[in-house]
Design a protein around this ligand. Sequence first.
Ligand SMILES: Cc1ncc(COP(=O)(O)O)c(C=O)c1O
Length: 460
Amino acid sequence: MNLTEQLIKAKTFLHSDPSLLQWDKEYLWHPFTQMEEWLQEEPLVIERGDGAFLYDIEGKRYIDAVSSIWCAVHGHNHPYIVSSMIDQISKISHSTLLGLSSVPAIRLAEKLIAAAPKGLKKVFFSDSGAGAVEVALKMAVQYWHLRGEKRTRFLRVQGSYHGDTFGSMSVGYSDAFHKPFQEMLFEADTIPSPYYLKKTKKITEEEAEKESLLKAEEFLEEHGSQTAACIVEPLIQGAAGIIPHSSRYLKSLYDRVKSYSVLFIGDEVAVGFGRTGTLFAVEQAGISPDLLCLGKGLSGGYLPLSATLATEEIFEAFLAPFEEFKQFFHGHTFSGNSLACAAGIASLEIFKKENTLKRLEPKLDLFWSFLKEKIEPLENVMEVRGKGFFAGIEVGKNKRENFPVEFRAGKKIMMKARSYGIIFRPLLDTIVLAPPLNIQEGILKELLNGILNSIQEELR
Ligand SMILES: Cc1ncc(COP(=O)(O)O)c(C=O)c1O
């Protein structure tokens, strides 16, 4: 019996308790959820997880097709992460990084720098993806300030999402999410995404990339000297609907940005830790950002932990005698939480011990050939897109026409998939698949067949 099995056996789990359903509605306010709709429905309450599976309070088993919003990269209750956390909790759960250091934070920082693209030398811990982005934006602005330059503009790619704090909303603005706050946000300059250019102008991918890069060039030519940084979700914009761009585009954008001495921020909160097939997505473009934001899978998805990695050059700009007050005045109570860092160390070790990325390769072939050969040809599937274990299946009335929003096609398929024992959360009418990287081949097939059946049955 492995450790996970022992732990499951040792534990007496709650059994169906009707008061849980009632209290959920009475006391909880769920994130990104229209609560009016939620209150009319029966919530699905999860009690435990094991590998690629989640179990509800009735004991029903579901495949976690989105790794609990893209973070449980090694699945749930992984024995090595669990035992590392138990080991750490028996020593201490948390001690501050303000004025003290801690063994797990030091060890994780060392491992991250060893694994990260070269050039990144320092790790600043926070506790959410938005927090890591906020730190990157502030570091960029203060870096230029310390160098005697006023650079407060940011460049971003259309459609990007970087979190829900004010800074991250500013660089990831969308009308649907952020309209009430619009006047309070700082303005970020947006270059058109090659994906939308290709779609709307009916041009080739190369032409679309060229046009997007030209816009970036024009902007940088005019405003580069006032621009602190360009922020990009490398290879895939997640929340936008799993919108891909090529590594060629990423590299060209990076080169242009750097040629104007503007900092480049890679937001790998969603794509970091293997999601696109390599440990970090930027590796595929052969680039090393000045600032790299990590979250979600950093702790294996077990505890809230994020990090902003910075170059030596950025770090050194903040060095000065104390009385000059040049330090980075930013921190969180739980920055570098010991328990979360212990999970992070274990997660990085698993990538090596289990050869996770190598073993992912044949599963990627299976995943993409199923998606492209069996799902994309369906009448109601407009497009299948993505990279690695991060796919979006956009459904529509037909190949060219979206459903009206109120039809809730994505939600309908989500509910149907539950009857097949599959949990995912759509982005409007885009079904998102982001399974744990170590999902077994048989379970992956079950997942793909379940999604195929759900689309066919729900939209026929
Ligand atoms: C690219 C990206 N950046 C930042 C965030 C925000 O992370 P968090 O929800 O942990 O604040 C997300 C969340 O989905 C994301 O996808």
